[in-house]
Design a protein around this ligand. Structure first.
Ligand code: ZN
Length: 190
């Protein structure tokens, strides 16, 4: 049996075997990393470094998949820049982006100062019960108060009864340092 991931098909996450046949049938595949709330290309060098598996990454196909990912709260990855590929048609998500974020251009949508990293945007309630597990880490913005971190932890915890293989995620943020990017954990009282 090949490797499988959950793939958005008609707006629903479906377990799909990922092999050569999958990619030849679906020339345009987007990959979304749950931990960061970013989506991009399946060849993304940044995405390929981290852990990978059906609890870490979901896939989406073509224009409909792009719309689904935006609806689920994912924003473009600044490393592989999916918005610069010809398969990315901003027209197909323009209304969603305007309604959700009040932004009107692809440039703003991809700009991390206009729309910063924040995995709290992800519609976890729709995704985690379906895939039955939780990513090991979740990247929140830096500088959150303990109350806000706790609120997010409670949001994820509340899904526990609906998640087959629940493991509490480590919550933290990316920090730019002299040695590159490091993950810093938010330590909370709960
Ligand atoms: Zn990427």
């Amino acid at each position: 049996m090949g490797k499988y991931y959950y793939c958005l098909v008609n707006g629903k996450l479906k377990q799909s075997t990922i092999n050569k046949g999958f990619f030849s049938k679906n020339p345009i595949v987007w990959s979304a990393r749950l931990a960061t709330g970013l989506f991009g290309l399946t060849t993304c060098p940044s995405g390929n470094r981290g852990p990978k598996g059906p609890g870490e990454v979901i896939l989406a196909i073509g224009e409909a998949g792009l719309q689904d990912l935006v609806r689920l709260g994912f924003v473009p990855c600044p490393t592989c820049r999916p918005e610069e590929t010809t398969a990315f048609r901003f027209e197909s998500i323009r209304e969603l982006v305007r309604a959700e974020y009040g932004l009107s251009s692809m440039k703003e949508f991809a700009d991390k100062t206009a729309l910063p990293y924040d995995a709290r945007r992800v519609r976890w309630e729709e995704i985690l019960p379906r895939i039955g597990r939780v990513p090991s880490r979740i990247y929140l913005p830096s500088g959150l108060s303990p109350q806000r971190v706790l609120a997010f932890r409670r949001r994820i915890n509340s899904l526990r009864p609906m998640i087959r293989r629940y493991t509490a995620p480590v919550l933290g943020y990316y920090s730019r340092s002299a040695s590159g990017h490091v993950f810093i954990e938010y330590r909370s009282a709960e």
